[in-house]
Design a protein around this ligand. Structure first.
Ligand code: ADE
Ligand code: ZN
Length: 332
């Protein structure tokens, strides 16, 4: 059994494997512009974030019905369980679906149908986080936020994703203000491709509690001091960073430097169907590339629960599982 862990940076649409994409396309009478799964997989070669996003949004065309969203989430949860995930905070991109004519209710009901059975079926507790596309307007984010109010009992928080550079956090000040007022948790992607200043802005203007990626914080020593002092969690995604060319190779990943600085970092998968691995695959990849010892892996797993939005009781239970985990028993 892999190390127990929480996954805190996972786009559910980024778990759409080629096989499921073709199955859903057939079910919905959609023709994909690829002959087969092999040809689709060959398109997974990205030069930057935008080149990935173009394919990521295009492939969402196969997601149309409540069943499609439930099947997508269930397939992720089954794989996550095999990867030792005991808690998952899952992003979704409502605007990418409503823009195609799929009602918000279809998306939320489909996803939550799968999530509602996750604890019983897979031993995974879940939260749902609604992300706004930062390359769309602030008005569109506000409209989406208001349309989602009937579902706030099933949505734990809001996030901010898509093309970062040129779309600073402050553009979304008002929607984050309303989310705080509604009692929702707040996270945002920042410092993936964008500058360290976007991380500061997400903290100061949006009041976020956790930063997704945050890789570029290392360019600002005062910001690192602050992130350490305030123990703001960073949800790193190592395989994603290599595939989207934020770093050249995994051996160049600053995870070790970040841990040594005292940053509260976690390891996550981002869009595992596209980036070559789910969360335990990310753990194993950094273990090998950075020569991490078992106690560092245990610290990363414990950090994932510390950085989560879990209630105290389950938080304590899962931290105890991490503490009791025995390395070296995993059968490959
Ligand atoms: N949407 C899905 N994956 C993303 C990423 N890595 N960065 C920004 N937006 C995303
Ligand atoms: Zn992401």
């Amino acid at each position: 059994m892999p190390l127990p862990k929480a996954e805190l940076h996972l786009h559910i649409e980024g778990t759409l494997e080629p096989e499921l994409a073709f199955a859903l396309a057939a079910r919905n009478g959609i023709t994909l512009p690829y002959a087969d799964t092999e040809e689709l997989r060959r398109a997974y070669s990205f030069s930057d974030l935008q080149s990935f996003l173009d394919l990521y949004y295009a492939l969402m065309a196969v997601l149309r019905t409540e069943d499609d969203f439930a099947d997508l989430a269930d397939a992720y949860l089954a794989r996550a369980a095999e990867q030792g995930v005991r808690h998952a905070e899952i992003f979704f991109d409502p605007q990418a679906h409503t823009a195609r004519g799929v009602p918000l209710g279809t998306v939320v009901q489909g996803l939550t149908r799968a999530l509602a059975r996750a604890e019983e079926r897979y031993g995974i507790s879940t939260r749902l986080i609604m992300c706004f596309l930062r390359d769309q307007s602030a008005e569109s984010a506000l409209e989406t936020f208001e349309a989602a109010r009937p579902y706030f009992d099933r949505i734990s928080g809001i996030g901010l994703d898509s093309a970062e550079v040129g779309n600073p956090p402050a553009k979304f000040r008002e929607v984050y203000r309303r989310a705080a007022e509604a009692g929702l948790r707040r996270v945002a992607h920042a410092g993936e491709e964008g500058p360290a200043g976007y991380i500061t802005e997400a903290l100061d203007v949006l009041g976020v509690e956790r930063i997704d990626h945050g890789l570029r914080c290392l360019e600002d020593a005062d910001l690192v001091d602050r992130l350490v002092r305030e123990q703001i969690p960073l949800t790193l995604c190592p395989l994603s960073n290599v595939r989207l060319r934020c770093i050249d190779t995994l051996a160049d990943h600053p995870l070790r430097t970040m841990l040594a600085a005292g940053l509260l970092v976690t390891v996550n998968s981002d869009d595992p169907a596209y980036f070559g691995g789910y969360v335990d695959d990310n753990f194993r990849a950094v273990e090998a590339a950075l020569d991490l010892d078992p106690e560092t892996l245990r610290l990363l797993a414990a950090n994932s629960f510390r950085a989560s939005f879990l209630d105290d009781e389950r938080h304590a239970l899962l931290l105890a599982e991490v503490a009791a985990y025995e390395f070296g028993r995993t059968v490959a």
